[in-house]
Design a protein around this ligand. Structure first.
Ligand SMILES: [Zn+2]
Ligand SMILES: [Zn+2]
Length: 244
């Protein structure tokens, strides 16, 4: 939901109004949580609906008529184009961009504080592997004059990862040239075992750290061979066998 909201904000501007119908794809609990955290704020309900995709009625929006518990967005041209709406579809929400950014950073368990670097560009914190993570409202923003300098001024020589909702190949190349590794937000958000999605930037290594080869009497740690005397090797073997 955080990645989806960020994408909506990036595409439609930070003053975007999100409809209850669009949010209905998410569990009610998740919406509640973001309302409580004031990432989302409920605004006045909509009393109009967008016009049909191809319509020549000339309306800016179509009126919504209530009939019992349901609502109907009426097309003056063609009744078959009417849209039946539920009450929650007409809810409207605004997004607090700074709170959303803080929420995204918190989901990634990043160290350090969230800070706005320049307009549309935030420092989220550092990953355990020592990368500084920045979030940008779009990829153009990252190659705007002074943007990378402003990040460097704030974080020093640390490697930088940048997150954007969409990334052009040209901009990706320009960013890598100046030491910034760009990622699309959809690629770095993963659902955890509890179903909550969170920012995952350092994929856990699947390679075993300690490898013991009995035939060669060798032990390697993180790919580096340990020089063990025979007795120490026997002790290692004993400990490993007892631990599995
Ligand atoms: Zn129309
Ligand atoms: Zn119509």
């Amino acid at each position: 939901m955080l990645a989806w909201l960020w994408t909506r904000l990036s595409e439609s501007g930070t003053r975007v109004s999100i409809s209850g119908r669009a949010l209905s794809r998410f569990p009610a609990n998740d919406i509640e949580r973001l309302l409580r955290a004031q990432v989302l704020t409920e605004e006045r309900r909509a009393d109009t609906w967008s016009v049909c995709a191809e319509c020549d009625c000339g309306l800016d929006a179509r009126p919504v008529e209530q009939s019992g518990d349901a609502f109907r967005a009426c097309c003056p041209h063609d009744q078959a184009e009417d849209v039946i709406l539920q009450k929650d579809d007409l809810r409207r929400f605004s997004v607090d961009v700074d709170r959303l950014v803080a929420r995204i950073a918190a989901s990634g368990n990043l160290g350090g504080a969230v800070a706005r670097v320049v307009d549309g560009l935030w420092l989220l914190g550092d990953t355990p592997s020592g990368h500084t993570v920045v979030l940008s409202i779009d990829d153009d923003n990252l190659v705007a004059p002074g943007a990378v300098m402003a990040i460097r001024a704030a974080v020093g020589a640390k490697p930088i990862m940048a997150i954007v909702h969409d990334l052009s190949a040209t901009i990706a190349v320009r960013l890598r040239e100046v030491g910034v590794e760009p990622h699309k937000i959809a690629a770095v958000f993963k659902a955890g075992s509890d179903g909550t999605e969170r920012l995952v930037l350092d994929p856990p290594s699947s390679a075993p750290r300690l490898v013991m080869t009995l035939s060669a009497q060798s032990v390697t740690l993180d790919g580096r061979r340990l020089d063990l005397p025979t007795q120490m090797f026997a002790l290692f073997r004993l400990l490993i066998e007892q631990s599995v």
